[in-house]
Design a protein around this ligand. Structure first.
Ligand code: GUN
Ligand code: ZN
Length: 426
C-alpha cells in the first residue's frame, strides 16, 4: 500500500456556494492508496503509526492535490495550438479544419493522442473531456491511449454535416450510426466515457441536431458536449442559419440537445432566457479563459453564472493557448479582475478539480483527495522556480503560496502525478 505524505488540498463543498472554508490546506497530511482508490486521508504521524509497512513517499511541503480535470479540450488541435491572428470562424477555417482533416489516418491520430496525454500528464491533468474529429478513428486513438495509461477520460466523434470542408463532413445518418457504434464500443469500458458531440449549431443541419438529440434520448446516461455563444459573429451566424430559433440555445433546445447531462463550452454572450433555461435544466457551462482571450471572444461571467448553473474550467486546447490548468486558473483570475470579481485561489483550485468533475458528473469518483475517490493526484511544488520561491517565502499563509504558483508556475511545478493509484513515470 502507498502512503503519501505532504500538504493536502482538501475539499468539502463548493466554495462559491458554501464559502471559502469548503477548500482547505492540511499540513502534515497523509493519503493512503489501496487498489487504485484513496482508502484514507489524515494526519501524517497517525497514519504512519497505523500502517508501518506501507510504502512511504514523503513530499515534504509539496501540495498533494486532486489531479486536474480539464472539462473541454480538442486533442486533435494539439499541433496547431498558438496559431496567430484569427478570430473564431477564420481560425477554424485557416488552422483547425486542415489539421483535423489529418485524423482520418489512424497512425497520425494515435501519434497525436500519445503526444497529447504526455503533455497533459506533464501538467498534472489526469482527466480530460475532449472533442474528437469527424473521424471515428480519432475516438479510437484517444480511448486506446487513455486506456493504456489507466486514465479516466471522455471523448466523442465530432459531428458536422455543413459549413465544413469536404472530408470533414458526415451526414445526419452517419453521425448517428458512427456515434452509436463508438458509444457501444467504448462507453463504460474501464474508465472511459463516450460523449455525444455535435460541434456547434453552425456546422450541423437541424436534421443532424435532431438525430443526435434522438441518440441522446436513447442513451441519456451519456454526456453531450457542444459550443454555445462564444463570439458575437458566431451568434449572428447562428441567427441567420436558424431564423426560427429564439436564441442560440434554442437551436439545441428544439432538437433535444438541452439537458442536465449537457456541457456547453464558452457561454460568454448569453441572453437572460438562455441562462434561465440552462439553470432550470441544471446544465453545465465550461469556462475556457485562455481561449476566450486568445481568440478574442469575451469575458465569462463567473460570478453571475456560478449561482445559477454548474461551471467547469477548461483549457480548450488548441483554441486555448496552454495545456496547463495552472495557467488556465491564472487566466480565469485575470478575467475575474476585468469583471471586478477577483477569484480566490480556493475557488480557482476547486474549479480545476472538483468543479470540473461535477460538471462532468464525475464528482463521486474524481476531483477530491478523500476516502473512496479514485487515486488520481497531482503533487505540486509551490516553490518551483526562483521567482516563485522568493514570493512564497514572503507568504503569510498557504493560499498566498498557492496563488503565486497559480499565477506564475508551469509544468516544472508538477512534482509527481498519480493515476488510478499508480505513480506516472515521466
Ligand atoms: N466552436 C466550434 N468549434 C470550435 C473549436 O474547435 N474551438 C473553439 N474555441 N470554438 C469552437
Ligand atoms: Zn471547444
Amino acid at each position: 500500500m502507498a502512503l503519501l505524505l505532504g500538504r493536502i488540498l482538501e475539499i468539502s463543498g463548493d466554495p462559491f456556494q458554501d464559502g471559502l472554508d469548503a477548500v482547505t490546506i492540511r499540513t502534515d497530511g497523509a493519503v493512503r492508496i489501496v487498489n487504485g482508490l484513496i482508502a484514507e486521508t489524515g494526519d501524517a504521524a497517525a497514519l504512519r503509526a497505523a500502517y508501518p509497512n506501507d510504502d512511504i513517499t514523503d513530499y515534504g511541503n509539496d501540495l498533494i492535490c486532486p489531479g486536474f480535470v480539464d472539462a473541454h479540450v480538442h486533442f486533435p488541435q494539439t499541433s496547431i495550438i498558438a496559431s496567430w491572428g484569427k478570430r473564431l470562424i477564420d481560425w477554424l477555417n485557416s488552422y483547425t479544419f486542415p489539421e483535423e482533416m489529418r485524423f482520418g489516418d489512424p497512425d497520425y491520430a494515435a501519434m497525436i493522442a500519445a503526444r497529447y496525454f504526455d503533455l497533459t500528464l506533464a501538467n498534472g491533468t489526469t482527466t480530460v473531456c475532449s472533442f474528437g474529429t469527424v473521424h471515428p478513428t480519432s475516438v479510437d486513438a484517444f480511448f486506446t491511449e487513455a486506456q493504456t495509461r489507466g486514465l479516466r477520460a471522455l471523448t466523442g466523434k465530432t459531428c458536422m454535416d455543413r459549413n465544413a470542408p469536404e472530408g470533414l463532413r458526415d451526414t445526419a445518418k452517419s453521425a448517428y450510426d458512427d456515434s452509436k457504434a463508438l458509444l457501444d464500443r467504448w462507453h463504460g469500458v474501464d474508465r472511459l466515457s463516450y460523449v455525444i458531440t455535435p460541434r456547434f449549431s453552425p456546422t450541423s443541419t437541424p436534421e443532424q441536431l435532431h438525430t443526435l438529440g434522438g441518440l441522446w434520448a436513447e442513451r441519456p446516461d451519456c454526456l453531450m458536449q457542444t459550443h454555445l455563444s462564444e463570439q458575437t459573429d458566431e451568434i449572428a451566424w447562428v441567427k441567420s442559419l436558424f431564423p426560427e430559433a429564439r436564441d442560440y440555445l434554442d437551436t439545441y433546445e428544439q432538437t433535444g440537445l438541452l439537458g442536465e447531462n449537457g456541457l456547453y463550452g464558452h457561454a460568454i454572450h448569453l441572453e437572460p432566457r438562455e441562462i434561465d433555461r440552462l439553470s432550470e435544466v441544471n446544465a453545465a457551462l465550461i469556462h475556457c479563459p485562455t481561449s476566450n482571450t486568445f481568440i478574442g471572444s469575451g469575458l465569462f461571467d463567473m460570478d453571475g453564472l456560478t449561482s445559477r448553473v454548474r461551471v467547469g474550467l477548461a483549457t480548450d486546447t488548441g483554441g486555448g493557448s496552454s495545456f496547463s490548468m495552472l495557467r488556465t486558473m491564472a487566466a480565469a483570475y485575470e478575467i475575474g479582475q476585468l469583471r471586478g470579481r477577483p477569484l480566490h485561489p480556493a475557488e480557482l483550485m476547486w474549479l480545476a478539480t472538483a468543479g470540473s468533475a461535477r460538471a462532468l458528473k464525475l464528482d463521486n469518483k474524481i476531483g477530491r483527495v478523500a476516502k473512496g475517490y479514485e487515486a488520481d493526484l497531482c503533487v505540486l511544488n509551490l516553490s518551483s522556480t526562483e521567482a516563485i520561491a522568493q514570493r512564497a517565502d514572503r507568504a503569510s499563509d498557504a493560499w498566498e503560496e498557492v496563488f503565486a504558483s497559480i499565477m506564475m508556475a508551469d509544468d516544472r511545478a508538477v512534482r509527481d502525478v498519480w493515476v488510478n493509484g499508480n505513480r506516472v513515470q515521466r
